[in-house]
Ligand binder design. Structure first.
Ligand SMILES: O=C(O)CCC(=O)C(=O)O
Length: 212
């Protein structure tokens, strides 16, 4: 007999759910609410306060600009990284980052030796179209992207532009895992959004190949 009015044990338990996407050549799984929203928001604040943020510069058409977000690079001692001519040596894992990393390793079933952390101070910070396809990550990297704080749109498009872009909303506590040929065939951006007034911290866990 159905029990109206009171909640069963199952409906009280809201475990994380996984969303899959039908994107040709991309292998994405979005694990919703791996951290509950209040916990995710708390971690956002802690990371904003604790991490060693840097303001990188990028030169475009002969002019030097601030990258429109702050960054940090943490990892095992030998995991240096460079993108768009910016060199980064790893800072040692903090206890907070180590515990996030362990949760992500368990979820993805993959080892990660480093993390690129982005701080979007508000909706005017962004990241432009790119793929995480640097040689040191290998041809088919697994990237686990963790979001804390403000919800932001994560937009994906095929590099050959054969399809319309797809928008995925990443909320506080979500983990998006990208695998296979995703970085070879697709690129992604986080566009500006005037409505967003709150900060967001995004962590992309990676496995950098280290010379023996
Ligand atoms: O903030 C995000 O969700 C994406 C970050 C990103 O694209 C990157 O770190 O390469």
């Amino acid at each position: 007999m159905k029990n109206h009015g009171t909640l069963s044990q199952e409906s009280l338990f809201q475990g994380p759910c996984i969303e899959e996407f039908e994107l040709p050549g991309a292998d994405l799984s979005l694990h919703k609410s791996v951290w509950a929203t209040p916990q995710g928001d708390q971690l956002c604040q802690e990371l904003v306060e604790e991490l060693e943020w840097r303001q990188d510069k990028i030169s475009m058409f002969g002019q030097v600009h601030d990258v429109p977000r702050l960054n940090a690079w943490y990892g095992d001692p030998n995991c240096s990284y460079s993108w768009s001519g910016i060199q980064m040596s790893p800072t040692e894992w903090t206890p907070t980052l180590s515990s996030i990393r362990q949760r992500v390793i368990d979820l993805a079933g993959e080892e990660f030796n480093s993390v690129l952390v982005n701080l979007y101070r508000d909706g005017s910070d962004k990241v432009d179209w790119h793929a995480d396809d640097e040689q040191v990550l290998g041809l088919t990297p697994v990237i686990a992207s963790v979001s804390f704080g403000a919800s932001r749109k994560f937009r994906m498009r095929r590099k050959d532009r054969s399809l319309m872009p797809t928008d995925i909303v990443l909320d506080s506590g979500d983990v998006l895992i990208m695998r296979g040929s995703t970085q070879q065939l697709w690129e992604h951006e986080v566009p500006r959004s005037k409505k967003v007034k709150e900060p967001r911290v995004n962590l992309t866990f990676r496995k950098v190949r280290v010379a023996a």
